[in-house]
Design a binder for this molecule. Structure first.
Ligand SMILES: *[C@@H]1O[C@H](CO)[C@@H](O)[C@H](O)[C@H]1NC(C)=O
Ligand SMILES: *[C@@H]1O[C@H](CO)[C@@H](O)[C@H](O)[C@H]1NC(C)=O
Ligand SMILES: *[C@@H]1O[C@H](CO)[C@@H](O)[C@H](O)[C@H]1NC(C)=O
Ligand SMILES: *[C@@H]1O[C@H](CO)[C@@H](O)[C@H](O)[C@H]1NC(C)=O
Ligand SMILES: *[C@@H]1O[C@H](CO)[C@@H](O)[C@H](O)[C@H]1NC(C)=O
Length: 464
């Protein structure tokens, strides 16, 4: 009896010791955990200048899902020739809680639906190399290096989340986002911006509308999905016209003898120096390269989020070129043909896959001469305004409202406006057109492109 009692005592004290030990261990663990949490919290709270901030939400499940997007950030990238050379900055918008945002103005929240589909994503090594590309020459060298490796290691095919472009409200949401990108969203002070570029002392005369590229970033409040919207051409801005004319004309906007060309590649007759063209096309100054910086920055901020591109007109053209480069799903409106520009930029495309197979959609209507590639030649409105938008073949798929045949619209530059697409097509509940690949499309038919060896190539050859 007694011995059992002693044993019980011993057992009890043993248990107590055990308990004390585990209490100690758990106390130690709690302290450790607290330290770790505080450290992480502190790291998150401190502003970090590196590109690996840990604002990474879990990857959203691959499912058909609805997102409600609001304006989250605005990027502004100045050209190096303007008065604010090297300026690259970001303005953050406060995240409105869904409840408040929905009760505000109707376009504060834009509903988009998604679906699962195939994308071709650059591998990490190719992505890192792309980040370093600044000129067309670099791009060509880079792609030659990968070609010599049999094109392996450029793209990976995988399933990802795409916008559901068969959903009326989703397409309307994209159209509204591209429209809003023309507006100054806030009356901000220079000090509100977060500087991403070279040190630049902002002063009161910084230009909002005069220089460089603007990107508006829409996202949901959970950081799962973002849309980078590139602003389109603003009438009367010289840089915009230069970009339009260099990317979407046959030969440096050589339209006639009276035109000042945007590069010196024109030779005579319908002959153009191909090498010269390619060198002019991907200079650092092209909006394409500046928009690329915005994507790289956005991807660094939200590495695990879904990112899509959008834009109207030149903005749509630049967005789809970026989409083809990075395998990012893109919804463009009324943009001029971008297929020729993609080839001039030497965008590689996944091996065996054409740009046409990428998840890029071009919405447009048949009354818009820019989208249809007929805003060319003397007496068109483009000619009067100094634009040579001569290309008509698009990457990805085109989704065309035939408003000329079905609604009796006349071909008119006013049908190019995004507000016409919103007010006269989407809000009139016109049904969404089928999206198809443009086949047998040839740009710049009459032109001969001559390269360094003086050998002549027909336009058809470079377009294949
Ligand atoms: C990119 O360029 C920087 C500076 O020129 C260099 O330090 C870096 O190693 C390059 N990155 C890659 C992936 O080549
Ligand atoms: C702002 O900077 C520009 C470019 O350096 C300069 O021309 C202008 O005079 C400056 N304005 C003010 C108010 O300091
Ligand atoms: C989303 O990102 C913002 C920074 O832009 C951050 O403040 C916020 O906590 C993130 N939200 C979630 C749910 O991760
Ligand atoms: C074409 O342009 C390149 C680069 O500008 C130049 O080196 C070459 O001499 C030009 N070729 C002809 C035939 O004009
Ligand atoms: C378009 O459809 C929506 C929803 O079905 C409806 O509320 C709206 O009145 C329609 N608008 C027109 C112009 O028919």
């Amino acid at each position: 009896m007694q011995s059992t009692g002693k044993r019980k005592d011993r057992l009890d004290s043993h248990r107590n010791l055990n308990l004390a030990f585990w209490l100690l261990v758990s106390a130690f663990c709690s302290v450790l955990l607290w330290c770790l949490t505080s450290y992480t919290a502190l790291r998150l709270a401190l502003p970090s200048r590196t590109h690996t901030t840990s604002l990474t939400p879990p990857l959203p499940p691959l499912s058909q899902a609805e997102r409600r997007l609001q304006l989250r950030h605005v990027f502004h990238h100045a050209s190096s020739t303007g008065p604010y050379s090297g300026l690259f900055r970001r303005l953050d918008q406060p995240i409105l809680p869904q409840r408040i945002a929905s009760s505000g103005k109707s376009d504060k929240l834009l509903r988009v639906k998604s679906k699962v589909g195939t994308v071709y994503k650059p591998t990490l090594s190719y992505f890192n190399d792309l980040v370093n590309v600044t000129t067309n020459g670099d791009m060509r060298k880079l792609n030659q290096r990968y070609h010599s490796l049999g094109n392996s290691g450029i793209y990976q095919q995988r399933d990802d989340i795409l916008p559901d472009v068969t959903d009326h409200e989703t397409v309307l949401a994209f159209a509204k986002m591209t429209n809003n990108a023309y507006n100054d969203p806030v009356s901000s002070k220079p000090s509100d911006w977060y500087d991403l570029g070279e040190k630049w002392h902002l002063n009161s005369s910084w230009g909002w509308d005069t220089d460089g590229v603007r990107g508006h970033v829409y996202g949901d409040d959970k950081n799962t999905t973002f849309v980078l919207v590139i602003k389109g051409t603003t009438y009367g801005i010289a840089d915009d016209k230069l970009n339009d004319n260099i990317l979407f004309s046959c030969c440096c906007a050589r339209v006639g003898p009276t035109w000042r060309t945007v590069c010196d590649c024109y030779r005579s007759g319908y002959q153009c120096n191909q090498t010269c063209l390619e060198e002019s096309v991907a200079g650092n100054e092209l909006y394409y390269r500046m928009a690329m910086d915005m994507y790289i920055e956005l991807k660094a901020m939200y590495p695990n989020s879904v990112i899509w591109f959008s834009g109207h007109s030149l903005g749509g053209g630049v967005a789809s070129l970026l989409g083809a480069t990075f395998g990012v799903p893109t919804v463009a409106f009324q943009s001029p043909g971008d297929r020729l520009a993609a080839r001039r930029l030497h965008l590689p495309g996944p091996p065996g896959i054409r740009y046409e197979d990428m998840p890029i959609w071009h919405f447009g209507n048949t009354a818009d001469p820019v989208f249809m590639g007929v805003c060319t030649g003397v007496t068109t409105s483009c000619w009067y305004a100094g634009y040579a938008l001569e290309t008509k073949c698009h990457t990805g798929k085109t989704c065309v409202w035939d408003v000329v045949k079905e609604e009796g619209w006349r071909v008119d530059i006013r049908a190019h406006r995004i507000t016409d697409v919103i007010e006269r097509i989407l809000l009139k509940n016109m049904s969404l057109p089928e999206c198809v690949v443009e086949t047998d499309c040839v740009d710049c038919g009459p032109w001969d492109y001559v390269d360094r060896d003086q050998s002549s190539k027909k336009a058809v050859a470079i377009a294949s």
